[in-house]
Design a protein around this ligand. Structure first.
Ligand SMILES: [Zn+2]
Length: 189
């Protein structure tokens, strides 16, 4: 092989890893210490519930926060985004988290199932110095229910964001309740 050919081969090998200098990918899980694998090596089995809605939200929009070279834990399913510099796991099942959600999120009063208009999602995110547990969903804009969750959030120290829908979503409201904690975890290991 010529010298130029060797240099080209070396460039292809270096670029082929798909990683970006300055964006280190953790070698183990920052949440449970488990093994991690590239997200691109894991298939999304659409017959089953998404193993992490942060990565596979199954909408028609691609998720811009995760690169193929970012990693997911084989044990607890938290995924690391080099862009967000955080580990995140989102599930519809509040009991599916290896590190249990904060009790204020587990006990968050949900609307009746007939008033939920779009899926309830629980999320746990660990960044450099904080951990955020949250629950979010769309529901019917019911004043009585909203008063209940405002009181609950106030007494539980939750941050509550209500966003009223418009157009097709008139009479609906998006609810996001978050519990933030300080964390000593280093997100990138
Ligand atoms: Zn893990």
């Amino acid at each position: 092989m010529t010298r130029i050919g060797s240099i080209l081969t070396l460039c292809l090998v270096l670029c082929g890893c798909g990683r970006h200098i300055g964006d280190p990918v953790p070698s183990s899980c920052g949440v449970c210490g488990g093994n991690v694998v590239p997200i691109s090596s894991v298939a999304d089995d659409r017959i089953k519930p998404s193993r992490n809605i942060s990565v596979w939200n199954r909408s028609i929009c691609a998720n811009p926060f995760y690169r193929d070279s970012d990693v997911i834990c084989t044990k607890c399913a938290h995924a690391y985004s080099t862009m967000l510099k955080a580990w995140s796991l989102a599930l519809q099942d509040s009991g599916g988290f290896q590190k249990p959600l904060h009790v204020s999120i587990l006990d968050f009063p949900l609307p009746s199932s007939s008033n939920v208009t779009f899926g309830i999602v629980y999320r746990q995110t660990l960044a450099a110095s904080n951990r955020t547990d949250s629950v979010s969903f769309w529901c019917l804009d019911d004043e009585q229910y909203l008063a209940i969750i405002q009181r609950y959030s106030g007494s539980s120290g939750l941050s509550l964001r209500e966003t009223k829908g418009n157009g097709r979503l008139t009479n609906q409201v998006h609810v996001l309740a978050e519990h933030k904690m300080r964390s000593n975890k280093t997100p990138g290991n």
